[in-house]
Structure formats: C-alpha cells, structure tokens
Design a protein around this ligand. Sequence first.
Ligand code: HEC
Ligand code: HEC
Length: 281
Amino acid sequence: MNRLNKYGGIMRQTPIMALLPLRCYWLAALLSPTLLAAASVAAAQDAKPAPKAFPAALVEAGGARFVQQCAFCHGRDAGGGEDGPDLTRSKLVAEDRDGNQIGPVVRNGRPEKGMPRFTVSDREIAELVAFIQTQKTLAESQKGGRRGVDAADLQTGDTAAGKLYFNGAGKCSSCHSPTGDLAGVAKRFEGLKLEQRFLYPRDVKAKIVVTLPSGETVSGALAYKDEFNVALTDASGRYRSWAVNRVKFTIDAPAEAHADLLAKYTDDDIHNLMAYLQTLK
Ligand code: HEC
Ligand code: HEC
C-alpha cells in the first residue's frame, strides 16, 4: 500500500497495482508517474512546513472513487482533462477546508457548465478531498505533462454482453433505442469521443421550471445555479434570474442519469458497452 509519510508525500512500498481496489483501465496511467515521483516529493519538502497529511486509507479510497467518477473529465491525477479543469491549480480547492468548498460543488454540480452533481456521503466527500488535496500537494512539487483519458483498450469488449447490459442492468434502453436516437451514434462519435459521450453527455441542457411567489410558472433551459441564484433562458432567448429563496423550482437534468451510472459501471461494463455502441453505425 502507499502510505502517507509525515511530510504528506506518498511512499511506494509494494506494487500498488495489486492492492488498490481500482477497476478502471485509467488506473495504469493514474498510478505511474505521479505516485512514483512521490517519494522524491517528500524529500524535497523537508525544508518546508508539512502540508496537511491525510490517512493513507482515506486517500486511497478517494483515489478509487475519483478514477471512477471524476477522472475522465478532471484527469486521473486531478490535473485536468479535456472536459474538466485542473483541480490541483484550482483556487476553490486551495481555499477548501475539510470539504467546505469541494463538497458543495460535488453535491450541487454546475449543471450548466458541464460539472454533474453527485450523490455522495460525508465520508465519500472526505475521501475525495483527501485524494484531491494530496494530488495538489504532489502537483505543486512537480508539474509534469498532462494526460487525458487513455485511448488504448477501447476495443476489448464483448458486443453481446454489451447489448445485454444495455437492455438489462444498465437500463440504457429505458431512455435510448439503438434504432432510434442512438442509430448511427458510432458514426457521429469515434473511439474516445464516443466513450466520453456515453460516460457523460456534458453539453445537454437541463430544463428548469420556476414557480414565482405569484404562482406563475416560467420554464426554460437552466442557465445558472448556485447556492443563492438560479437563472434560465426562456423560449424567446430571454435570460431571467431569481434568488433561490424567493421561488420554487424543479430541475430536470436527464443526462444526470449518466453521472449516477458512473458509480455502477465495472471495467467490463464499460468495455462491453463500447463494443456494443460501436456496432451502431
Ligand atoms: C463530465 C465531466 C465532469 C465530471 C465527471 C466531474 N467534473 Fe468536476 N467539473 C467539471 C467542469 C466542466 C468543471 C468547471 C465548471 C465551471 O466552469 O465552473 C468542474 C468543476 C469542478 C470543481 C470546481 C473547481 C473550481 O476551481 O471551481 C471541483 C472541486 C470538481 N469539479 C470536482 C469534481 C469531482 C470530485 C468529481 C467526481 C466526483 C467531478 N468533479 C466530476 C466537469 C466534471
Ligand atoms: C434517464 C435517461 C438515461 C439513461 C438511463 C441513459 N441515458 Fe444516455 N443519454 C441521456 C440523455 C438525456 C442524453 C443526451 C441526449 C442528447 O444529447 O441528445 C444521453 C446521451 C447518450 C449518448 C450520446 C448520444 C448522442 O447522440 O450524443 C450515449 C452514447 C448514451 N447516452 C448512452 C447511454 C448508455 C450506454 C446508457 C446505459 C448504460 C445510457 N445512455 C443511459 C439519457 C439517459
């Protein structure tokens, strides 16, 4: 297991691959350069005050969760990817204390900006925070190249198993049809793009219905939402916003179903689904 030493770095003690309960193929890239460089990070930090160190088990659990639910947008090492910003350089992460900034972002998402919301327990937030902050500490000591999702290994799935999952456990068929909306999807998106698309179709607009104090309802595309304000763009293109405590509203974000699925996929499910979706030409 990799353990945090007293300087907050991660020591590599045994082959991590064999021990970490991660299941994705992003794993290989997550583990290699960052963690291997970590021992030297600890040494380099001898002179500085120690950054906050998290229990190794917490960091590990957070790493596993991050790889499964966050990495394909934020990069395996939280260093940023095609669809999500570098969290190791984020001001919000820098200002976070025990999850008070990261927690709300993860739970509320920023649906209008491509950050899904996740249903996570306090413990799971603590794990994610431990992982992200540890990655930040590492990244600050060695800014290396940035990596996206690995294109390798996209072609290893079983088409029949993918089809079964699509119509069964995955419940994909409750929203999609291979001869309807998904017909030709493999022509529209190839390889990695297709995979990113089904892991989380990020540019899908959420709809919102706002009920004003008068009882009047206004509906449109969700344009903005934070703790204090909510806004939409109505059918005529007009932007309207309200303080959240003045109105009632319901948000329908159909693509959020994809965010919920992230926690459920096994490695095989993803490979098999990819194989199946690639037959939809
Ligand atoms: C589908 C892509 C996607 C996934 C999956 C995703 N994020 Fe994000 N995330 C984003 C985007 C895009 C932003 C930037 C939103 C914005 O511009 O305000 C963001 C922003 C954030 C921020 C705020 C950064 C800042 O500086 O404001 C945090 C923290 C964060 N994500 C954590 C996570 C965690 C933890 C997970 C996994 C549980 C996760 N994200 C999963 C796309 C994603
Ligand atoms: C609750 C409904 C729901 C479920 C369940 C669901 N999806 Fe989706 N999915 C969506 C929505 C909404 C979109 C965005 C549609 C769009 O962009 O036109 C989408 C987009 C996609 C896309 C991209 C389509 C395109 O043309 O851009 C793929 C591929 C996809 N889903 C695959 C899946 C798979 C595979 C599963 C099951 C593991 C699944 N979805 C489960 C609602 C759902």
